[in-house]
Design a protein around this ligand. Structure first.
Ligand SMILES: CC(C)=CCC/C(C)=C/CC/C(C)=C/CC/C(C)=C/COC[C@@H](COP(=O)(O)O)OC/C=C(\C)CC/C=C(\C)CC/C=C(\C)CCC=C(C)C
Ligand code: CTP
Ligand code: MG
Length: 166
């Protein structure tokens, strides 16, 4: 299959996760998922950047994309998009957990981790939802999400949706 098809399929399969991750920043001061508790190293488990409200908004928007996709890809994509969005946000939380363990403050830049944590989570979600993503589709979305993440975070910063441009 040509590269363009792999790229298009990559974007299509990961669209729920892209929109889920892209919509969470609309929540500013949500209820911290770690309830402001610290880990054994004395630092926050996740930090104030991971809230229940952000998770809810992400799941809502991600699943809404799945409802639209289900018209073309089949009704199962409503569930697939929910699972994919959920695991994308789990990946985002694991990224935050790692950043806290490294002593990085909430909102600090972690090039690579910030861009790919939710993509890796979404990939696990797609696998669990029995969606076969081949290596070319995966590599396409890794590159696209990396570029899109940097671009959209810059837009979000200029639009005052985010307090940092990354
Ligand atoms: C409208 C609502 C509530 C949700 C949609 C948000 C969304 C999909 C934004 C897309 C681009 C945009 C309009 C940005 C404006 C500012 C904004 C909302 C930025 C989002 O926050 C930035 C960042 C937060 O990430 P972090 O929490 O991990 O730091 O979100 C990252 C977002 C992405 C990685 C992907 C953005 C999603 C899309 C562009 C969805 C549609 C994608 C396509 C159509 C693919 C097009 C690609 C090519 C190469 C043609
Ligand atoms: N589960 C989530 C994920 C994101 N957000 C919101 O979206 C913003 C951007 O998300 P992200 O860049 O992932 O968080 P950071 O602020 O960078 O925090 P961290 O360093 O922990 O990634 C967060 O600040 C927070 O306001 C949220 O409320 N709940
Ligand atoms: Mg971030």
């Amino acid at each position: 299959m040509s590269l363009i098809i792999y790229i298009a399929l990559g974007i299509l399969y990961y669209l729920p996760a892209l929109v889920a991750n892209g919509s969470a920043p609309f929540v500013k001061n949500g209820t911290p998922i770690d309830f402001k508790r610290n880990f054994i190293d004395g630092r926050r488990i996740l930090g104030d950047g991971k809230s229940f409200e952000g998770l809810l908004v992400a799941l809502t928007f991600g699943t809404t994309v799945g409802v639209i996709l289900s018209k073309f890809l089949g009704i199962e994509w409503i569930i697939v998009s929910f699972v994919e969005s959920f695991f994308a946000m789990i990946g985002d939380m694991i990224g935050a957990f790692i950043k806290r363990r490294l002593g990085l403050e909430r909102g600090a830049r972690a090039l690579g981790l910030d861009q790919l944590d939710f993509v890796l989570g979404a990939t696990l979600g797609l696998f669990l939802a029995k969606i076969q993503v081949n290596i070319y589709e995966f590599l396409s979305i890794v590159i696209i999400a990396f570029v899109l993440h940097i671009l959209t975070n810059n837009i979000a910063y200029r639009l005052k949706i985010k307090s940092v441009p990354w």
